[in-house]
Ligand binder design. Structure first.
Ligand SMILES: Cc1cc2nc3c(=O)[nH]c(=O)nc-3n(C[C@H](O)[C@H](O)[C@H](O)COP(=O)(O)O)c2cc1C
Length: 265
């Protein structure tokens, strides 16, 4: 089982290569983003890391809102294109034939062709090196109706989502399990009944959002999540000032790109 070391790099894969929309209905842009993720479940918070040189960075600074539009196999070409050409020179909506629609809670538009869109409002920007991290509250989620079943539950497997790994785009493979399946299996094999977890008792949605259509669009089922776990996540959010010790708030676009960064995004 020999292993070989490589220089520090950004090989956290796979990632969702998303199309983030910025600006407003009149002056909008699409930027492909690989450096994104979830910061917190409740409140629902996310981030996008954007180089100061991007046209989108300027638009984000003017209107600190964005929409994360999930991408699919059908949107692979558009995703790549939006990640190569700059909105300073080309209208990517027009060029790619994508439909710009109004978002519900933010001025930045949504891409109609995207199966699922997260509307985000920036609450802080941190500078970590080559990229500025726009951290945001997810204020609304919209989903194409054909992805909902009769009960309003999202069937994300119908979307044909795309992933990005080490410079390549992939479709998702077959489903190999669901959250908590290892604990359910454990029940079958466990002799000690106190160790065993029933499927019902599992914190089903802490790491997978249970989204249903209707009034309560994004609903976190917290039953089954221990008090300890909730308290822990709260502590992390409140520790913002502590985490800032090693980071610098970005005031102007003066970031110096770090040398030796592989896989530049
Ligand atoms: C798959 C992929 C992922 C990317 N991820 C990022 C990213 O996380 N942050 C970033 O600043 N640029 C990223 N880029 C590059 C920008 O999308 C690209 O420079 C784009 O042309 C900028 O558009 P703009 O100038 O219109 O804002 C990525 C490009 C691709 C193809």
């Amino acid at each position: 089982m020999a292993r070989k070391s490589f220089n520090p790099g950004t090989l956290l894969v796979p990632l969702p290569a998303v199309m983030a929309t910025v600006g407003d209905m009149e002056n909008s842009n699409i930027i492909t983003i690989g450096w994104t993720g979830i910061l917190s479940s409740d409140p629902a918070r996310t981030y996008i890391s954007v180089r100061p040189s991007r046209h989108s960075h300027k638009l984000l600074s003017e209107n600190p809102e964005f929409v994360i539009n999930l991408t699919t196999e059908d949107l692979a070409y558009a995703t790549d294109y939006a990640g190569i050409y700059t909105g300073a020179k080309v209208d990517k909506f027009e060029k790619l034939g994508l439909t710009k629609i109004e978002s519900e809670k933010v001025k930045a538009p949504t891409i109609a062709e995207s199966p699922l869109a997260l509307e985000c409002k920036v609450f802080d920007v941190l500078h970590f090196g080559t990229h500025d991290v726009f951290m945001a509250d997810i204020v609304n989620v919209t989903v194409r109706e054909e992805l909902l079943d009769a009960k309003g539950k999202i069937c994300i497997e119908r979307a044909g989502l795309m992933a990005y790994a080490h410079g390549e785009y992939y479709t998702l493979g077959k489903r190999i399990g669901k959250f908590g399946f290892s604990a359910v299996k454990h029940k079958v094999h466990s002799k000690n009944k106190t160790d065993a977890k029933s499927e019902k008792a599992l914190p089903k949605t802490e790491y997978g959002v249970d989204i249903r259509s209707g009034k309560d669009k994004v609903r976190f089922a917290t039953s089954g999540v221990s008090k300890g776990e909730g308290a822990k996540s709260k502590k992390v959010v409140n520790n913002k000032s502590k985490s800032k010790k090693n980071t610098k708030k970005r005031a102007t676009g003066t970031a110096k790109p770090k040398k030796g960064v592989k896989n530049e995004k």
